[in-house]
Every structure is written in C-alpha cells, then in structure tokens.
Write a protein that binds this ligand. Structure first.
Ligand code: PRX
Length: 681
C-alpha cells in the first residue's frame, strides 16, 4: 500500500472558500474560541446546545459529573442527570410539531436500483408510534433489551426509534454476523425479543436472516435462555427481482423458504404485530442517564463487549458532531454508507442526522452492485451534498479507475467524510481530487464505538487539512499522548492516544460488567480513557492516528480481536496452537494472517485449511475469515511462554528485520516460519 505520494502529502488543503463563508465554524480562530469554551466552561457550552432539545424536566443536580481516575474509586460519567427526555421525541415529534412533518427524512435506496422509497418525518413518526405500541403489546417494558438483526430497511429505523420511545434498550447486531455471534450477543444482552427480516440481497448474494436467527435462537435455548418472540419483516417479496429468480440463491439449487422452521408460538410477521394497534403513543420519559442502546465491539480477550450508551449526553454529542463535522445545513442531502449495525450507522445514519432534521439517503446495497458506478449514480440521483464512507470503499473504488467516477456529475458534493480506519494519503488525495474535483472538503473523522461520536476531526469550513491526519480534537475532547510509563508527551511526538476527561457521548459502561469497563479503558493509565490506538502529534498540533496498539485488527473498518479468531481456530481437533496477526492489505487496510501448528502427525492439507476458514465464518462472520493461513512448525515464544506477536507480524510481511530477539526461547523456530510463509501476503 502506498503511504507516501511524492510532493503532495506535505501539502495543506485549505477549506473551500465558498463552504467556509456560510459554515457553522468558519475559521480556526472561531474553532479555538469554541474549543476553549467547551473545555473551560463545559456546562455553559453544552447547556446552550441542550436548549434546542425538548426536556420534560430540567436536570436536578450538577449538569456534569465524572471520575476518570480508577485509583480514586468507581469510574463514572453523568451528564444532565435528573433531566427527563426521550430520544425518539427529539428525533421525530419535535420536528413534526414545528411544522416539518412533510420533509423527507430518508430516501431509501434498495440493493436493486429499481427499489426505492421515501419516508417523511411525519410518516416515520406514525410508524414509530404504531410499532412502539406493538412492542408494548408484546410485553416489552422500559429497560428491557431488544435484539435487532436486520437489513438496511426502513423498519430498522422504526424499530430502533420505537425502542427508544418506550425506554427499551436496543442491541443491534450487524446482519453479516453468524448465528453463533448473534446468539452470544442475544445471551449477553439478556434479550427476549429479536427483530429480524426474512432475508436480504447484498449484491448478488441472498442472506437468509430468518434462518440464521432460527439457529441463533436454538443456540440460546440450548444455553438456557429462551427467546420468547421473533418478529420478522417480510422484505423479500416486496422487492424488484432483477437478480435471478425470486428467493433463489444464484448458483444454489434450494429455493429459500422462510417458513421452514417457522415456530408459530414464537415467530410473528412484523405486519401482524401491528394489527389493531393504536396510532397514538406517549413516549416514556426517561432520565438523562437512562440506557439508549448497547452495541457489541470486539474485546482483546475475545469476548465481545456490550458498549452501553445513555440518552442525554449521547443526544447532545451526536447532534453537535453531525452539525459541525459535516457542516450540516437544512438544504443538504446527506448520505452515510455505513450499515446501521455499526456505531457509524447508529450515530450518523439515525440519531445525528435525525436530531438535526436532515434529509438522508439510506442505502441497502453495496458500492459494486450492479456496477462499480453505484455510489456516483446514487449521489447524482439524490443530489447528495455531504457524503460519508470508509477508506476501504475508497480504495476499492479507486481501483476501478477515475473514468468510472468522472462520467457522473457529482456537482452537488461539498463535504467528503472518511471513517473507520486510518486513511492512507494516496486514498485521501484520490477522494479529494477525483471524487471531490478538488473543490470539496475532506473530513477524516477519528472515533470509536466507545466514544459515541467523532472525537478528532477537521471541521470542513475551518480546518486546513493534511492528507492522513484526523487533525484536531472536537469540542469538549482533550486528547493526550502517553509513553509506556504513562508520562505525557508534550509537543510533537508519538504515543498512546488517551483522553483526559469525558465528553457527553462517551460510553458509560460495558453492559453487565462495569469492572471490565474500568479495566479495559481506565486501568492502564490512571486518570485517562485509553483508546487502544497509537498516534503522533506534529509540530502544528495535528493528530495522526497510526492504528491499534493492542491485539486488535481492523479489517475494512471492522474491528476484530486476534483472540476471537484464535479461539475459533483452536476448536478444530487437528490444531494444537495458533497465533493471529494483522498484515497490511491494499484494499482492506489490514487482513487476517494466521499461523497454525497442527497436532503431531496431522498433515497441513487444503481440506484442513478450508475447514479452518469455515470455523471462523461460523463462529464470527464471513468478514472475519482468514486471508492467509500458514503452517507453523513452531511459534516464537519468550522463555516465559508468551507468543512474540511482534515477530510474527514481521514474518507475515516477509520483513527479516526482526528487531531484538534476545528474549526468544528457541531461535530455531524462525527460519521454518519464513519458509512456510504464504505467497502474496
Ligand atoms: O483504530 C481506530 C479505528 O477504528 C477503531 C474503532 O473501531 P470501531 O469501534 O469499530 O468504530 C469504527 C467507526 C467509528 C479505532 O480505535 N478508526 C476509526 N476511525 C479512524 C480510525 N483510525 C484512524 N483514523 C480514523 N479516522
């Protein structure tokens, strides 16, 4: 992967003049001023922002309290405690009551270009009220958790906002996860109701969501957790099927019958759940710190963590980051390509845009179906002005050549956002020059599931950008760089990226395991939230996030833990030991490279390798499948038996500069590992 483009990377790109003129933040002076206020007087800063929302009750105590220092007791963060509000009311009723009910909230664009729909704020509100009543009649109460395993269809928006309306906690599981992964999340989140769909086409591929859910529910039952209800959206029959025949998987012989395995005491069509429900639904007024949702993210131990976000702080934060990072204005059409199953979709498909009363595109498909022109076609179709996608998509589209982009107008574009992984300067420059015709602002937004919203990002009308840098902290965010000993690095330098104090959108706990929350994020450096990323600060104070420095890998913007993949591989009876590392990949950013030691006498066959790939697909998801599996006669270990991953990462890359090997117990293991290295990695 090219990381340096001669003569261009060092250039600074000024905000487009026209954009800066009408921007919410239009100069670095203004940014500095707002930033200073957000740090010195957080109550005034966020208090002013809170005024745009509806509060049933004002806060009763301090506007903001926290403890970030594990040595001083329990870690906690609270914003506006005692205030009462409701997220769905602020996303919907507030706009409709102000007379904007007819405004389009979402243009839904299906996998097939012929499938599209539009949803106004008033329509969405009505559907949310009705589905809220359906959930209540199914026994869902305030604080209950509900699992959503759904495609990118309007019902997903309706379901999440309905949960918020009745004070239930949604736990969305990305529709690409396997049954096993879904079951783990249903169990950990104590969900008794699951909402899914019959299936979904992603490009040419049919994903049988109902069957995957059935299997997950069986796994839950076997582990002593009965799922009481499965509500199923009937999605497939309403689509235009330009893809092979209705319900058939291309290349597969079995027609997909969603009714196979239908359990009439448990399963229920979405439409049937709505039968006879009232159109009126008073929201459940909840405390500012009432949980809004949990979302699972990979943990370095291998067990996913249910990152818990609460209501008021998250609301203030996603609304404000959306407004400033994309410089949102009412005339914009905004499109974030992320799936709602990831945090980017939660914060910047649903909540951030809706709180700002944006008109957005919601996309079910992929960038490459039916052709590699799809993104640019959709941008022109809806006159998208603010576009938000991931570096992996940018790199893949870049490979198709400039012509594919240039034959579409893209005149409407103003801001181009990037998220999910470090963007290499070459991709940044292509995004800027080709996609944006060198007249749009590029915003590389750094954040995490845990942070709720952008924490380091340029502001399009204010920040001069540098390709590959996420630039400066957002309002209220105080980053610091620490060395291994926890000493702060001042000025230019490189270290652990940490944050000194909370902003309103930071996670509050790991669902059901507060101790894990404290250990994972706060025990490494007392007084700081530790991101797990490394970063460099340059002489202008710009931050360059270099990537994870723990045992996580970032494949196409999806965070995976090495331990999670290793535990799937080790389940195979022929495997005695394994170690997984990240290797660079020109499109995915990073890919999964596995070292596998087989049991004595077991041959390293193609069949075994296929079985291992299948194991990972089943246990986690197809997107976690190993890109490279290499036979390892032995693994490099320290004398105390710890696997030296640093050395394995070098071997995966074919780099013989292995650094200090003085702690290596058996130097004889190294050469055979180079001999068995996978070609092409
Ligand atoms: O390593 C960082 C990387 O993605 C991680 C967070 O992943 P996740 O919780 O799945 O959320 C992804 C979407 C917000 C981070 O720890 N990351 C995310 N955005 C960037 C990034 N790395 C560099 N630059 C970014 N803009």
């Amino acid at each position: 992967m090219a990381t340096h483009v001669e003569g261009l990377v060092d250039e600074v790109y000024l905000p487009p003049a026209e954009l800066a003129r009408g921007a919410h933040c239009s100069s670095m002076e203004q940014y500095e001023q707002l930033y200073k206020q957000s740090i010195d007087e957080p109550e005034t800063f966020w208090g002013e922002i809170a005024k745009q929302f509806y509060w049933r009750q004002p806060p009763t105590g301090a506007f903001h309290e926290f403890n970030f220092d594990a040595s001083k007791g329990r870690i906690f963060v609270e914003w506006m405690k005692g205030a009462q509000t409701n997220m769905s009311y602020n996303c919907l009723d507030r706009h409709v009551e102000a007379g904007h009910g007819d405004q389009v909230a979402f243009y839904w664009e299906g996998n097939e270009p012929a499938d599209s729909a539009r949803l106004t704020y008033a329509e969405l509100l009505q559907r949310v009220k009705r589905f809220s009543n359906a959930l209540r009649s199914l026994g869902v109460r305030r604080s209950d958790s509900v699992a959503l395993y759904m495609p990118m269809v309007p019902e997903l928006l309706v379901a999440m906002l309905a949960c918020a309306r009745i004070g239930a906690v949604h736990s969305i599981v990305f529709g690409g996860y396997s049954s096993d992964a879904l079951a783990d999340r249903i169990l950990d989140g104590h969900c008794r109701l699951v909402i899914t769909a019959d299936g979904v086409w992603r490009g040419n591929k049919l994903i049988k969501l109902k069957h995957i859910t059935d299997h997950a529910v069986e796994l839950c039952a076997a582990r002593g957790h009965p799922v009481e209800r499965v509500v199923v959206v009937r999605h497939l029959p309403r689509l235009h099927h330009l893809v092979p025949s209705v319900g058939d998987q291309p290349g597969g012989s079995e027609p997909y019958n969603v009714k196979t395995g239908w359990n009439s005491g448990r399963d229920m069509w979405w439409d049937d759940a709505l039968e006879g429900v009232s159109d009126e639904c008073e929201p459940e007024w909840v405390d500012a710190e009432h949980p809004l949702f949990m979302l699972y993210t990979s943990g370095s131990t291998g067990k996913p963590k249910g990152v818990l976000h609460t209501t008021a702080g998250y609301m203030l934060y996603v609304a404000t980051t959306f407004k400033y990072s994309f410089d949102f204005h009412p005339e914009d059409v905004y499109w974030c390509t992320a799936d709602i199953g990831w945090i980017t979709g939660h914060s910047y498909v649903t909540y951030g845009p809706m709180l700002n009363r944006a008109t957005s595109v919601m996309f079910e498909g992929t960038p490459f179906y039916p052709t590699g022109d799809r993104m640019w076609e959709v941008i022109d179709k809806y006159a998208v002005s603010k576009f938000y996608t991931a570096p992996t998509a940018i790199r893949a589209l870049m490979r198709l050549g400039d012509e594919t982009v240039k034959r579409h107008s893209r005149q409407s574009l103003k801001v181009l956002g990037s998220v999910g992984e470090p963007i290499n300067p070459e991709a940044w420059l292509w995004y800027h020059r080709v996609v944006g015709d060198a007249r749009c602002a590029v915003v590389d937004t750094f954040w995490q599931t845990e942070t709720g919203g952008h924490v380091i990002t340029p502001l399009p009308g204010a920040t001069p950008t540098k390709p590959g840098s996420a630039c400066r902290p957002f309002f209220g965010v105080q980053p610091a760089l620490l060395d291994e000993q926890g000493e702060e690095i001042h000025g230019p330098g490189e270290g652990y990226l940490v944050f000194r104090r909370p902003w309103p959108g930071i996670m509050r706990t790991v669902f059901g395991n507060h101790e894990r929350f404290e250990t994972t994020y706060f025990k490494k450096f007392n007084g700081f939230y530790c991101t797990g990323d490394g970063a460099r600060r340059d002489e202008d104070g710009y931050i360059w996030v270099t990537g994870r420095i723990d045992d996580m890998l970032n494949v196409s913007g999806h965070l995976l833990s090495t331990a999670q993949i290793e535990s799937a591989l080790i389940e195979h009876p022929d495997v005695s030991e394994t170690a997984v590392v990240a290797a660079p990949h020109s499109v995915k950013g990073e890919c999964v490279y596995c070292f596998v030691t087989t049991r004595h006498g077991v041959a390293w066959t193609e069949q075994l390798q296929k079985q291992l790939i299948l194991k990972v697909r089943e246990r986690i998801a197809p997107f976690a499948a190993p890109d490279y599996l290499q036979y390892a006669p032995g693994l490099p270990k320290t004398r105390s038996g710890k696997i030296m991953r640093r050395v394995l990462r070098k071997i995966a890359q074919g780099d013989r500069d292995l650094g200090d090997l003085s702690t290596l117990a058996d130097p004889g293991v190294i050469e055979p590992l180079f001999e068995h290295r996978c070609a092409g990695a």
